[in-house]
Design a protein around this ligand. Structure first.
Ligand code: AP5
Ligand code: ZN
Length: 219
């Protein structure tokens, strides 16, 4: 299975990715997690990316496309993968098409912007695994600790309200048009284009997982 999860910041891509990757036995490729790992490691890429991410802007297409191409060439991607937060611009999607990377399905998780700020302000993350919690909606078993490792959870630097609002603007302008892009492509060339599916992202985490699995059943 080769899958793209599309959705606004805070729509629940990372949360659902954990379940879907387990179910299909595929790796989660989150460009956001890859960039945050580079920031933490203090690499030149990380230093440059941190400023851009903290401003709620997108890192340049060339850098992201290079990172993803390198990642999907690794052996664990042979059976498929899940893209979380990629592609995020038309040029990123075009680069995958040009490289002949066939995608089975694009799944859009739809959450109204009004619900997003609350989700982001309560988010807590376990950076090493990418596991994500919410203090109210999806709390860890022990407060402030990852369920599996017991390690401390962190709050992301880009979850401040003004940055979240900026990220939503950037999503509307640059990423949402991908839904139209994939829909048009699948109309024009249903054999090669991914199937496009959309689910309601409001409800409990389990309800949304069930919707996702149902939407992906014929992919
Ligand atoms: P990235 O890490 O991709 O962030 P994002 O797309 O903004 O998405 P988030 O991770 O914020 O949200 P999510 O949809 O994964 O939601 P989550 O499951 O955590 O990117 C960060 C930055 O990196 C970008 O701004 C950009 O600068 C850069 N970048 C990354 N990729 C790039 C690319 N391809 N090109 C250029 N730049 C790139 O859930 C959110 C919260 O809600 C959690 O607390 C969760 O517990 C809670 N929650 C989840 N489901 C539910 C539910 N059903 N009900 C209630 N709460 C819920
Ligand atoms: Zn995420």
């Amino acid at each position: 299975m080769r899958l793209i999860l599309l959705g606004a910041p805070g729509a629940g891509k990372g949360t659902q990715a954990s379940f879907l990757c387990q179910k299909y036995g595929i790796p989660q490729i989150s460009t956001g997690d890859m960039l945050r790992a580079a920031v933490k490691a203090g690499t030149p890429l990380g230093l440059a990316a941190k400023k851009v991410m903290d401003a709620g802007q997108l890192v340049s297409d060339d850098i992201i496309i290079g990172l993803v191409k390198e990642r999907i060439a690794e052996p664990d991607c042979a059976r498929g993968f899940l893209f979380d937060g990629f592609p995020r611009t038309i040029p990123q999607a075009e680069a995958m098409k040009a490289a002949g990377v066939k995608i089975d399905c694009v799944l859009e998780i739809d959450v109204p912007f009004a619900a997003i700020v609350e989700r982001m302000s309560g988010r807590r993350s376990h950076p090493a695994s990418g596991r994500t919690y919410h203090v109210k909606f999806n709390p860890p078993k022990a407060e402030g600790r990852d369920d599996v490792t017991g390690e401390p959870l962190i709050q992301r630097d880009d979850d401040r309200e003004e940055t979240v609002l900026k990220r939503l603007d950037v999503y509307s302008a640059q990423t949402r048009p991908l839904v139209e892009y994939y829909t048009e492509w699948s109309r024009a060339d249903a054999r090669n284009a991914p199937k496009v599916r959309k689910i309601d992202g409001m409800g409990t985490v389990d309800e949304i997982t069930a919707r996702a699995l149902q939407a992906l059943a014929d992919c």
